[in-house]
Design a protein around this ligand. Structure first.
Ligand SMILES: [Zn+2]
Length: 411
């Protein structure tokens, strides 16, 4: 291996101490002194690797290695150093530390690229503090939405104030934006956050794309009545209807064995929620994801038909609202080809898999071609202090990333 696995492991160990909770957990909220400490640690490593560093006005940490021809669009890599409030040591961190290791290795190998390389730790990927994520990665592309700076955290601090406290100037956002065409491509290494690689006993996966979720809220309304007296045949039980829909969604999402489609009802509110009243109204959420948008659209149609049929059967009224409808974002074939080639050279049998969760790469996909490398994580556990990826696997992924960067620089 060209990269230094021991150094990489040391960086993970050092980073895990900042915002450490319990034995193996991390709480490192965005735009806090903890994230600032993480940035200081990471920027020291970036500088060792020959990069200049700064924190931009969105709160992103940006390290740059200037190429011999700085007029060329940059190669960008990175992820995030903020964590969930009850998170692990690898989510996001893996993408930043692997990128830094790639840069350090390039320096040691005496490689001076023609195009500049930016390594970024994006601000607020996780999104829980202000209830909206991918802040830094959308910010640099001029994709922030109306009112975002006025979003408040649980202590009443606005995003705007948090940025100012972090040393950023929201009036200077334009200075930190990347102009269209200025990014050649984006690479992100990330732990899988799912069990596919672990179950297949494969350390590394090549991401095919990030599936966008369809989020619906379904409300069923029937008729309340005494649970002891209303005969079964004449009931209008909203919870019975909702239960059949949950089962129907599961059937729809699993009709093609082995397909990556996932469908989930994650919340349900029952009214009036009394043990001896037939449920009158039930409201629940649907999360449907697939990398194949045509199939997801077909399944959505099937689900809506099922909901209508089940509602009719139980004489329930139904309303459905659409909360989010994002499209899948596919990785560039030419980058996937390079990643596959690098895996073959390391004798890794790397399957292709989609990403259910969002990543900063999703935001970047609207500005440039992108590729992602997944590293196996134990039992697929993430957003949990139990999240675990081995240093061996992370080193392998970083070696794949290194080879991928070198190939891209040849183009
Ligand atoms: Zn992440």
């Amino acid at each position: 291996m060209k990269i230094n696995a021991e150094r990489l492991a040391g960086h993970f160990e050092a980073m895990s101490l900042i915002g450490k909770i319990g034995e193996t957990g991390t709480c490192r909220p965005t735009m806090t002194t903890l994230e600032k400490q993480a940035f200081e640690l990471a920027s020291g490593w970036m500088q060792d690797a020959g990069m200049t560093t700064h924190i931009d006005h969105f709160g992103n940490l940006v390290g740059r290695l200037k190429g011999t021809d700085p007029s060329l669009p940059v190669l960008m890599m990175g992820s995030h150093l903020d964590s969930q409030p009850y998170g692990g040591r690898f989510d996001g961190v893996a993408g930043v530390l692997s990128a830094i290791e790639v840069m350090q290795t390039m320096k040691e190998q005496g490689i001076r690229p023609r195009r500049s390389i930016d390594v970024v730790s994006f601000a607020d990927e996780e999104g829980w503090r202000f209830n909206k994520g991918l802040f830094g990665s959308r910010g640099i592309l001029g994709k922030l939405e109306e009112g975002e700076l006025q979003r408040m955290d649980k202590d009443g601090i606005t995003r705007e104030q948090a940025l100012i406290d972090f040393g950023c100037d929201p009036h200077k956002f334009l200075e930190s934006e990347y102009k269209p065409g200025s990014i050649h491509c984006f690479l992100e290494l990330h732990i899988e956050q799912g069990p596919v690689l672990d179950l297949a006993n494969k350390p590394i996966g090549v991401v095919s794309g990030i599936s966008g979720p369809l989020w619906l809220t379904v409300t069923l309304r029937g008729m309340a009545g005494h649970a002891g007296s209303v005969p079964m045949p004449i009931r209008q039980d909203a919870l019975l209807g909702a239960s059949e829909i949950v089962v129907a969604l599961n059937r729809i999402a699993t009709q093609v064995p082995g397909a990556p489609t996932v469908g989930t009802v994650g919340t349900m509110q029952v009214f009036p929620a009394s043990r001896n009243i037939i449920p009158e109204e039930v409201r629940f959420t649907v999360d449907l994801r697939d990398i194949d948008l045509d199939r997801r659209n077909r399944y959505e149609k099937q689900l809506r038909d099922e909901i209508a049929a089940i509602a009719a059967k139980h004489r329930l009224s139904v309303s459905i609202s659409e909360d989010t409808n994002s499209e899948p974002r596919y990785c560039a074939q030419w980058i996937k080809d390079i990643i596959h080639q690098q895996c073959r050279e390391l004798r890794l049998d790397a399957p292709e898999l989609m990403s259910g969760p969002f990543h900063d790469a999703m935001a970047l996909s609207y500005a440039c071609d992108y590729g992602m490398i997944f590293v196996r994580c134990k039992d697929g556990i993430s957003h949990n202090p139990l999240e675990f990826a081995s240093y061996e696997d992370l080193a392998l992924g970083t070696e794949v990333l290194y080879g991928t960067v070198l190939e891209i620089l040849k183009k």
